[in-house]
Design a protein around this ligand. Structure first.
Ligand SMILES: Nc1ncnc2c1ncn2[C@@H]1O[C@H](COP(=O)(O)OP(=O)(O)OP(=O)(O)O)[C@@H](O)[C@H]1O
Length: 231
């Protein structure tokens, strides 16, 4: 569904990703793990077209998108839940959803369906972004991405700063959207969340893939996982 091959990327003068190969399974979850600064967010930003790759390929459902603009990549069905949520403080939940609904691809994910999946948002419709808890902001960021009707959802550290009960809800949402036919790439520091949802796991170190394994193999080799992640 989403494949990178030999992806090299970074910022003016510095290479961060070194020939990264990852594959998001169709209707499945790829978890990308790694310590701070290994290049996980750079991978997500490069896939989304926010950072221009220096070499290599990114294909979405067979279309080459490396070097394309983010709007083309979004139109092909890639949705992003960015690190830090990027909720707008003065806008209400309803306004966030309306804007995403107007801008995105049309499809099965309507405002009604999104609120059914994330009922807390229904109770908070008139609240402003800065009146929401971290968990509510995360749900709003997910809702906004779902309203663009992606085939592939990129989630960049969705559990960051959230209470364990909310992390649980994030895992439930990931499972539900996969069950509804979406493919998911999730970047995580939270090993438990990643392991609870992943069909496949990639561990990165210093901008390279150090281990790429099915979720079950990763779960069996917990000590290797912890060693690579420095836990
Ligand atoms: N906009 C930028 N300009 C220049 N360098 C950057 C930029 N964003 C990230 N970097 C650098 O790229 C490297 C990888 O950062 P990245 O954010 O991709 O890592 P990460 O694995 O997502 O880490 P974290 O878990 O802290 O978000 C780091 O050395 C970082 O300082």
């Amino acid at each position: 569904m989403l494949v990178t091959r030999g992806l090299v990327s970074g910022y003016a003068g510095s290479r961060v990703l070194h020939e990264v190969d990852v594959e998001v399974p169709e209707r499945g979850v790829l978890a990308v793990l790694g310590r701070n600064g290994v290049g996980k967010s750079t991978l997500v930003s490069t896939i989304m077209g926010l950072v221009r790759p220096m070499a290599g390929s990114v294909t979405v459902a067979g279309h080459e998108v490396a070097g394309s603009r983010p709007d083309r990549i979004a139109r092909l069905g890639v949705g992003l839940v960015p690190q830090g949520r990027r909720v707008f403080a003065p806008l209400s939940v309803a306004e966030h959803l309306e804007i995403a609904d107007r801008a995105g691809r049309k499809g099965d994910w309507t405002r009604e369906r999104v609120v059914e999946l994330l009922p807390r948002l229904g109770e908070r419709m008139r609240h402003r972004g800065d009146q929401l808890s971290g968990g509510e902001q995360q749900m709003l960021a997910i809702a906004r991405a779902l309203l663009t009707n992606p085939r592939i959802l990129l989630l960049d550290e969705p559990s960051d700063g959230l209470a364990p009960s909310v992390v649980h809800q994030v895992a439930d949402v990931v499972r539900e959207v996969c069950g509804a036919g979406m493919s998911v790439l999730i970047v995580e520091q939270n090993l438990r969340l990643a392991l609870s949802v992943a069909d496949r796991v990639v561990v990165m170190q210093k901008g390279s893939v150090r281990w790429d394994a099915p979720g079950a193999e990763f779960r069996r080799n917990r000590s290797r996982a912890e060693e690579l992640l420095g836990i």
